[in-house]
Ligand binder design. Structure first.
Ligand code: ZN
Length: 169
């Protein structure tokens, strides 16, 4: 009996969404607004996002990249963030920073609309993992954070990508 139940449960797992070694090819591309949100974002993070989109079984867009200090303060007031030291904020060149944002927020785009669904984020994150291996660019995912779960958030690690690290020409 138990075996039968397990069998039934197993059969409910959607096979088409399982992460295989060879992801399905897709025709996804970033919209104009997603492209605009990738402006002033570190090119390694942009490359990673593009490769992830290429590999992803789920379409996604970019809702935010570079963010002003004023907007960060606003989001803190809204409790949409826990820090004033976000990787979204471009490091100020006057202070020796590279002027680039090191974080983006994404959203799954399904059926013509943004769908903030944890399972969709998890599938997209798998594509980021694959892209990260292929491009040898590390990243951190806000969905892994225990204290402030932030599934839309992807960023370059601070250790490898300090804000004052100039771009390699
Ligand atoms: Zn974010």
């Amino acid at each position: 009996m138990l075996f039968l139940i397990l069998l039934l449960l197993e059969s409910n797992v959607p096979r088409d969404s399982a992460i295989g070694t060879k992801p399905p090819a897709n025709t996804y591309s970033f919209s104009e607004s997603s492209e605009q949100n990738l402006a002033n974002v570190h090119p390694d993070l942009v490359s990673l996002a593009r490769k992830a989109l290429e590999l992803s079984p789920i379409n996604f867009g970019v809702s935010e990249g570079a963010r002003s200090f004023d907007r960060q303060k606003y989001l803190l007031g809204q409790r949409a963030t826990q820090t004033l030291d976000s990787r979204h904020m471009p490091a100020d060149p006057i202070g020796g920073g590279n002027g680039l944002a090191h974080a983006i927020d994404i959203f799954p785009f399904v059926g013509g609309e943004a769908r903030y669904d944890g399972r969709l984020f998890a599938e997209i994150k798998e594509a980021w993992d694959q892209a990260s291996v292929l491009l040898k660019i590390p990243f951190e995912w806000g969905g892994d954070w225990k204290d402030f779960h932030d599934a839309p958030h992807f960023q370059l690690p601070l250790d490898e990508y300090p804000p004052d690290k100039a771009l390699e020409k």
